[in-house]
Design a protein around this ligand. Structure first.
Ligand SMILES: Nc1ncnc2c1ncn2[C@@H]1O[C@H](COP(=O)(O)OP(=O)(O)O)[C@@H](O)[C@H]1O
Ligand SMILES: [Mg+2]
Length: 305
């Protein structure tokens, strides 16, 4: 199907930008196709036995980035190291650069890297196209997921999943087989079966959109899931469901980089480390106690300046 050819686009559609509805549709499909190449069944390149020592997954060094269009500097020397199986949380005030950092990791074209390095599973991530990053197991859940009118959730997931299988040289799943694969995953996000027949994100509540992002993650899988504010706009029940689903997907090898404003998410998902971002840099790293200080005394108390 032409829409699933990665080279296909209606100009001026941009892979990530929001545009008119038609553009959004194409861009979402392409974006999802990109995610669809996430490798789950393919053995991870980091499975080499190193005698049980934790394996380095992501090493970000002195990363700086500007907005492509305006050249405004946003990231100003980010350093972050993650090992397999870890859950890292990035917190920080609005506008500190958290979403930019997440988007730079998946290769968002709005940003241009001006310095530093990112090594992911021993590879230079900055040399990899967004599609290659997805194939290498990167998944990002967006802060504002796009709607795709006229395309049902199950068709979308099926196409995305098949795109990934094609990439892996595996046979595609037909609608009935795919239904069998996806239906049990709905339970994970506590959604009813009719959720599959609704158009992608169309008319979904904030909570349903977030659940749908996690459903996509469950279908496609990832070695490193980057979750940008999956907790925003959720009531406590939805928050618990989403957190439970994220925990349910966690294995000793899968890692999560979570961006959040709210400490309440950390009651459900236990972080290995918490980082505080301020003015485009990580100014502090620590354990849950940082979050507790934050709650008591605010960002000022742990400011790097
Ligand atoms: N594509 C963009 N165009 C214009 N400004 C941007 C863009 N991306 C980020 N910014 C600006 O960069 C700063 C950091 O944004 P962001 O990374 O979204 O922060 P956070 O997620 O921490 O709230 C903000 O001032 C934001 O307005
Ligand atoms: Mg943000």
């Amino acid at each position: 199907m032409a829409l699933f050819n990665p080279t296909f686009s209606f100009k001026p559609c941009n892979l990530f930008s929001n545009g008119p509805q038609r553009c959004r549709y194409v861009q979402s499909v392409r974006n999802f196709t990109l995610r669809a190449t996430v490798s789950v069944e393919a053995p991870s390149s980091s499975t080499t036995d190193t005698g049980g020592a934790p394996k380095l997954l992501l090493e970000v060094k002195d990363l700086s980035a500007v907005i492509t269009e305006s050249k405004q500097s946003i990231l100003k020397g980010v350093n972050l190291t993650m090992f397999e199986g870890e859950v890292h949380v990035v917190m920080g005030k609005n506008g500190s650069g958290k979403s930019t950092f997440a988007k730079v990791l998946v290769g968002h074209p709005d940003y241009e890297i001006t310095g530093g390095s990112i090594i992911y599973k021993g590879q230079d991530l900055l040399e990899m196209a967004p599609e290659e990053r997805a194939l290498a197991g990167l998944f990002m859940s967006f802060q504002s997921p796009v709607e795709i009118p006229g395309v049902s959730n199950i068709d979308f997931l099926n196409m995305a999943y098949n795109a990934r299988r094609r990439k892996l040289g595996l046979p595609e799943l037909g609608p009935i087989e795919f239904y069998g694969y996806v239906a049990p995953k709905l339970e994970l996000v506590n959604m009813k079966i009719d959720f599959l027949n609704r158009n992608v994100n169309e008319g979904f509540s904030g909570g349903e959109k977030k659940r749908n992002e996690i459903l996509q993650l469950a279908v496609l899988g990832a070695d490193l899931s980057i979750l940008d504010e999956i907790d925003s706009g959720l009531d406590v029940d939805a928050l618990r469901d989403v957190a439970k689903a994220v925990n349910g997907l966690q294995t000793p090898k899968n890692s999560v980089l979570m961006i959040t404003h709210y400490l309440r998410l950390l009651e459900f998902i236990k972080p290995t480390y918490i980082h505080i971002m301020e003015n485009g840099r990580i100014v502090k790293t620590g354990d849950i106690s940082i979050a507790e200080i934050l709650e008591r005394e605010g960002y000022k108390s742990i400011s790097g300046t």
